[in-house]
Design a protein around this ligand. Structure first.
Ligand code: GUN
Length: 285
């Protein structure tokens, strides 16, 4: 069994982004800028946003976090997004999800300028991904594709089972795999007999937030496991959706949690933001 080491690859990518950022600054006098919208006091969202901000600092980006109270109005968030759309120092806009119940999330995601949509959540970028055109791709599934590539894992013709059908992870994951010529199945909360599907998988991608969902008797020998789950167990330890101790005995490759997919998500946010800055620089010439 080999570990798919996302922490190590993320560090390598960060180092190259830091170098490219220094070069970009030398050539343009500018640095990539990221604006983050953080609404309410969800502790996990605060942790994620903090990690994103620190990563921006490490590679030399400008970043600003707009912290807003949970009872803020839809209009006030919209005004901030419009301001960020118009701000030439901002290349990327990220709305940390989930948002409070009274907020229309779809409307906000659609308000972000598609050229600043570094999360790849705007329907314009979702559409481009669907038809296989270049655009902004959601960071977590994009990070998974880079991680597989680093270990020379080609998904072409492989039976890939994606467990979870969210807009952030499962759906874009399935589209990226399909675009890379994999055979793709998407399983979700209404799937009857999950095991029947996972037993047939060469590669399993799971991100549903259920600790220990994937057990050893649900996978075939030499399966490749990509665990996108983030859960806290009874001891307060961070764990994924896969029973690592059991499943790692049967797997040929497996991502750990933490240290697998998580660090890749942040590396891809930096990569998308640099790409946005380079695009904006070209467009302004
Ligand atoms: N909430 C959970 N994951 C993500 C993510 O990748 N981006 C944003 N904006 N919010 C999230």
């Amino acid at each position: 069994m080999k570990i798919l080491d996302g922490k190590k690859l993320a560090l390598k990518i960060e180092n190259s982004i830091a170098q490219e950022t220094a070069l970009f600054k030398k050539q343009t006098g500018k640095v990539p800028g990221l604006a983050v919208m953080l609404v309410g006091n969800d502790p996990a969202s605060h942790t994620y946003v903090n990690m994103k901000k620190k990563a921006c600092d490490r590679v030399g980006f400008y970043s600003i976090t707009h912290e807003m109270p949970s009872d803020i109005s839809q209009e006030a968030i919209e005004e901030t997004i419009i301001m960020m759309n118009q701000n030439p120092n901002i290349d990327g806009i990220l709305i940390q999800l989930p948002l409070p119940e009274h907020i229309d999330t779809t409307k906000l995601l659609e308000l972000v300028a598609p050229g600043k949509d570094v999360d790849g959540f705007h329907p314009y970028n979702v559409g481009r991904l669907t038809v296989g055109l270049d655009g902004f791709v959601p960071c977590t599934p994009l990070g998974v594709m880079h991680l597989l590539q680093e270990y020379n894992i080609d998904v072409k013709g492989k039976n890939c089972v994606v467990v979870g059908a969210s807009n952030i992870v499962g759906k874009p994951m399935a589209l990226l795999l399909l675009n890379a010529n994999a055979t793709v199945e998407i399983c979700h909360i209404f799937t009857d007999d999950l095991k029947k599907h996972t037993l047939n998988a060469d590669i399993i991608f799971v991100g549903v937030g259920v600790e220990g969902l994937i057990k050893a008797d649900m996978v075939k020998k030499d399966v490749i496991i990509v665990d996108i789950g983030v859960n806290k167990n009874a001891n307060g330890k961070l764990v994924g959706d896969v029973n690592f101790n059991e499943v790692s005995q049967k797997a040929s490759f497996i991502t750990p949690v933490p240290g697998g997919v998580g660090p890749m998500t942040i590396a891809m946010l930096l990569s998308n933001s640099l790409k946005a800055a380079q695009m904006h620089n070209k467009a302004s010439k």
